[in-house]
Ligand binder design. Structure first.
Ligand SMILES: [Zn+2]
Length: 174
């Protein structure tokens, strides 16, 4: 899990290897590592929901409490390379994640978006993901907090338990 805390180091390593081994690079993706891990570790991995082609992950470095990510299971960094079926599921699951946050935390608003590519600020740009950040009046603006340490009112395991309980009560409909 050290990789998750040192994305800059991963960039360095990938650059140094000059993409000699694409297969090896794929195996070092933090998202793919979590998806392929046993479901017994979903709680430890902060994985909230496994769906057909996507999942909901609690962000380990949240901009705000309840910061979720909806991620395709397919290792792909380019939105346009995903099938229509996967694109549709991503939006469906994003909408579901929003509803779960609404029912759990009653936020006033949301920032929902994709940073596609490193130049756009994508920290794990080789595997596309949709950020869902709940917002309340008086919290910090979305952009300035990116990449900075922030004190949050709730610990991650507590957030995970609350959202997991809501998901159990209100399951995603097929
Ligand atoms: Zn991946």
């Amino acid at each position: 899990m050290e990789r998750l805390y040192t994305p800059w180091r991963r960039n360095y390593i990938v650059g140094a290897e000059a993409k000699i081994n694409d297969e090896k690079e794929d195996k070092s993706c933090v998202f793919c590592d979590i998806f392929t891990d046993t479901p017994d570790n979903d709680s430890a991995n902060l994985l909230l929901l496994r769906n057909v082609n996507s999942c909901i992950l609690l962000n380990k470095f949240p901009y705000n409490s309840g910061h979720l990510m909806v991620i395709p299971l397919l290792h792909e960094g380019d939105l346009t390379m995903l099938s229509a079926e996967i694109q549709s599921e991503l939006m469906y699951v994003t909408s579901y994640a929003v509803s779960i946050l609404q029912q759990t935390y009653r936020p006033k608003a949301f920032n929902i978006g994709i940073n596609m590519g490193k130049t756009a600020g994508g920290s794990i740009s080789e595997h596309i993901h949709i950020h869902i950040v709940p917002r309340w009046d008086g919290d910090t603006n979305f952009m300035p907090v990116i990449g900075q340490t922030k004190t949050l009112p709730e610990e991650l395991p507590q957030t995970y338990e609350r959202l997991a309980a809501m998901i159990k009560n209100r399951p995603l409909l097929a």
